[in-house]
Ligand binder design. Structure first.
Ligand code: SF4
Length: 443
């Protein structure tokens, strides 16, 4: 007889999702009482934090995107946002006090919407307040329709480590479905330029599962992608989420598991044949590329300071951010509230979640097993004083199902387990967090 876990993994995938973090932001709520950042961070280890800065603007909204982003902002709005980002940075910097940062990421939205003077301003906020220089281990998200030669030259000249480009597809018909600009020779020239710009890590994102995509068209996109020799390629399964244009149109892909699994297998096999190894469901790394992942920062354990509207911050016990929204009107209203916030209000957290010990343990497990190197069972026992497989018998069940195994003290998903890891992550969400996520009213 199949277990509940087995049934969940072979059933409807509408509850599957990539857990960028745990708990998911749909479990966040307004706090009954605001908490001062100074008290939140007072007892936190601060020798290996991560800085995340969110630029919530895009040239246009992709049909699949449910990220916190606003399309077609005027330059005046972008400048007001940078002004306010600086106000927030100073308030947060004063509250967190002296801290060491292992790395940073600038994401969005589309940070490449900022021209060079605005990028200089952004980096200067990060360095003057947090001591985070552009040449620190850093990652920058860009979209081909907003990235130009001057920005590439600038980012390369300041020593940026990782440039990530959301290409999504090289197929014109798929690009149309995804609401992306039509791939053309200018895109090829841009990717050539990035490939030769000497970023230690050049990442390229592709999407699979688009309506009309075939194994052949996906393979053609992969072929094109590897021709630029990026150090990393992310393959994102396309999930059709509420409030996105794809969802409104009802024209998304079927979420039928077999089709997604077979496309993933096309990608996995192709990339393995071209010298890439799988690091997680989505991430494939070129084997001969130098590993640049931070050795000091551990996403399971270390804290994160988020700047900007929609950016999350994590201490051990409390995760907080502004509200989240997808619909344009709601995004504008959250953005307006951010732009009106006072320095005193930036020194407080008023929206997020207090993590129970169970949430902390689950976070450690989920963030670990979604990567190929898996869960360090000894480290888990050191941190929590208990055994992961006793705390979460589902882990043993995954072993029984052949989806995981213990190897050299690490609990690792097998290739089959990794392929189903969005489902495994969703299954491991704690009951209280799941209840909050289910009650969440998306807007
Ligand atoms: S996928 Fe990226 S570029 Fe497209 S709307 Fe979302 S944040 Fe913007």
């Amino acid at each position: 007889m199949s277990s509940e876990l087995e049934q969940f993994l072979s059933g409807d995938r509408s509850r599957w999702s990539y857990l960028y973090s745990y708990p998911h932001k749909t479990a966040y709520r307004r706090f009954a009482e605001v908490v001062s950042l100074r008290s939140l961070w007072a007892e936190e280890p601060k020798d290996s934090l991560y800085l995340y800065t969110h630029i919530p603007f895009c040239a246009s909204k992709c049909s699949f995107c449910n990220l916190f982003s606003l399309s077609r902002p005027g330059q005046e709005l972008v400048d007001r946002y940078l002004d306010q980002l600086e106000v927030q940075a100073r308030a947060v910097g004063a509250a967190t006090g002296s801290a060491k940062y292992s790395g940073y990421a600038i994401g969005g939205g589309t940070p490449s919407l900022l021209d060079v003077p605005r990028l200089e301003r952004l980096f200067s906020i990060q360095s003057s307040v947090f001591g985070v220089e552009p040449s620190h281990r850093g990652s920058f998200e860009a979209s081909p329709d907003t990235l130009a030669l001057e920005q590439i030259q600038y980012l390369s000249s300041v020593g940026l480590e990782r440039l990530s480009l959301g290409v999504q597809t090289f197929d014109p018909a798929e690009a149309r479905v995804l609401g992306r600009p039509r791939p053309d020779s200018a895109l090829d020239a841009l990717l050539e330029t990035v490939a030769h710009a000497d970023f230690p890590v050049f990442n390229l994102d592709l999407i699979y599962g688009t309506a009309g995509q075939t194994p052949e068209s996906f393979r053609a996109s992969l072929e094109k992608a590897v021709s630029f020799s990026p150090e990393e390629i992310f393959l994102y399964p396309l999930y059709v989420r509420p409030l996105t244009a794809l969802h409104r149109r009802g024209s998304g892909p079927d979420l039928e598991g077999e089709r997604m699994d077979s496309l993933l297998e096309v990608g996995r096999q192709f990339l393995a044949d071209h010298g890439y190894e799988q690091d997680s469901l989505r991430l494939f790394r070129r084997k001969d590329a130098i590993r640049t992942e931070s050795v000091e920062y551990s996403c399971q354990e270390d804290g994160m300071v988020g700047l900007g509207v929609g950016a999350r911050s994590y201490t051990r016990d409390v995760h907080y951010s502004t509200e989240w929204a997808v619909d344009r009107t709601a995004v504008e209203s959250v953005l307006d509230a951010y732009l009106a916030r006072s320095p005193e209000a930036f020194a407080q957290a008023d929206h997020g979640i207090h993590l129970s010990m169970d949430d902390r343990k689950r976070r450690f497990v989920i963030k670990s097993i979604l990567k190929a190197r898996g869960l360090d069972l000894v480290r888990y026992a050191q941190v929590f004083g208990s055994q992961a497989r006793s705390d979460y018998p589902d882990l043993t069940e995954l072993e029984r199902l052949g989806m995981a195994q213990v190897f050299e003290g690490r609990f690792r998903l097998t290739p089959r387990g990794l392929a189903l890891s969005d489902g495994i992550g969703a299954w491991l969400i704690g009951a209280q967090v799941a209840a909050r996520m289910n009650e969440y009213e998306l807007r």
